[in-house]
Ligand binder design. Structure first.
Ligand code: SF4
Length: 323
């Protein structure tokens, strides 16, 4: 019997993650987020720092327990899994952390770091493990001699390659790339991004790529989600997001991307975002962006806009696009 392939690899449905911040106060880091990841795609997640990108990625792979909502992996609800079943899910989803300096245990050799996940998820002999570590080192462009070294002996670029090898070690299908290049020198960022793109092609991986760097997101992503104060405000393929952004917040972010041509007038068309991001402890009622939005009306203060499909595959949460 032919088994039907599920269209989405990972789905966050109405996902919430709230952190307690006082007797009756909560930070709604992830507030009713809906994201459906397609097999083999890269979905870029952008937004200012503190908007909930990282918590969204980490909750989607159950590094954080969701407060409410559902997570489906290949069609199966994994939001409340425990024990062996949760472990099986965790083999399929991995994360590459932002800081290659802090994320590698200084007391372990590189070989031990890469094979740690194999010990949990795969039953391999020492010989098989060693050969897999060597294979992974080669895959990420490092000499196999590195297996016996320690993280402090490596450069930032090499450490992030180790972080990638560690994530790939258990043959995952889905990887959260959490600002994987922002701690690296600009001159080596492109190398790491190109490596991630090559590995994705070779291994059929799906990426949730988190970054505040819109140019990098444009380069690597198939679709882009824009977050503001814990919510997705726009989600669409990258072409319409970058050429005709719909949400006023996305419009401001895109207009602020630096222009490569030094002769160009960079101020032309730039939309200045007034004010700071409101405190996540006390976000504005109605539309959370209304305190900085040049189109805000009374309705925006009273009614929270829902994320709706306003064109095929283009979702926006803004009253300007309501019928
Ligand atoms: Fe601006 Fe209103 Fe749209 Fe929010 S709903 S982005 S305040 S126009």
């Amino acid at each position: 019997m032919e088994t039907k392939k599920v269209e989405y690899i990972l789905e966050a449905i109405d996902l919430c993650k709230y952190f307690k911040a006082g007797r009756k106060q909560y930070v709604k880091a992830v507030d009713h987020v809906n994201i459906r990841m397609r097999h083999g795609e890269t979905l870029g997640l952008v937004g200012e720092s503190g908007c909930g990108k990282t918590t969204t990625g980490q909750t989607m792979i159950r590094l954080y327990e969701p407060t409410s909502g559902k997570i489906l992996f290949e069609g199966q609800d994994i939001s409340r899994l425990r024990g062996k079943e949760l472990l099986h899910f965790k083999k399929n989803v991995q994360i590459i952390f932002q800081d290659p300096y802090a994320s590698l245990d200084p007391r372990m050799t590189i070989g031990e770091i890469i094979s740690e996940g194999m010990d949990v998820h795969m039953k391999l002999s020492d010989r098989e493990k060693e050969s897999r570590v060597n294979e992974l080192l080669r895959k990420v462009g490092l000499n196999t001699e590195y297996a016996n070294r320690f993280a402090h002996e490596l450069s930032g670029r090499q450490r992030q390659r180790i972080g990638i090898a560690r994530a790939l070690a258990v043959e995952p299908k889905f990887i959260v790339c959490d600002e994987p290049i922002s701690a690296l020198d600009v001159s080596i960022q492109a190398q790491v991004v190109n490596l991630l793109m090559r590995l994705q092609k070779e291994m059929g991986l799906t990426y949730l790529f988190i970054s505040h760097d819109l140019s990098m997101i444009q380069h690597i992503s198939d679709r882009v989600g824009v977050m503001y104060l814990g919510s997705i405000v726009e989600l669409a393929p990258k072409q319409p997001i970058y050429s005709v952004p719909k949400h006023p917040y996305t419009q401001a972010l895109i207009s602020a991307i630096p222009v490569a041509d030094p002769e160009a007038d960079t101020e032309t068309g730039r939309i200045k975002l007034e004010g700071e991001v409101p405190s996540p402890l006390n976000p504005p009622g109605g539309c959370k962006f209304r305190t900085r939005c040049r189109y805000a009306t009374e309705r925006c203060a009273n009614e929270s806009p829902q994320l709706r499909e306003v064109e095929p595959d283009h979702f926006v949460a803004c009253h300007l696009y309501d019928n």
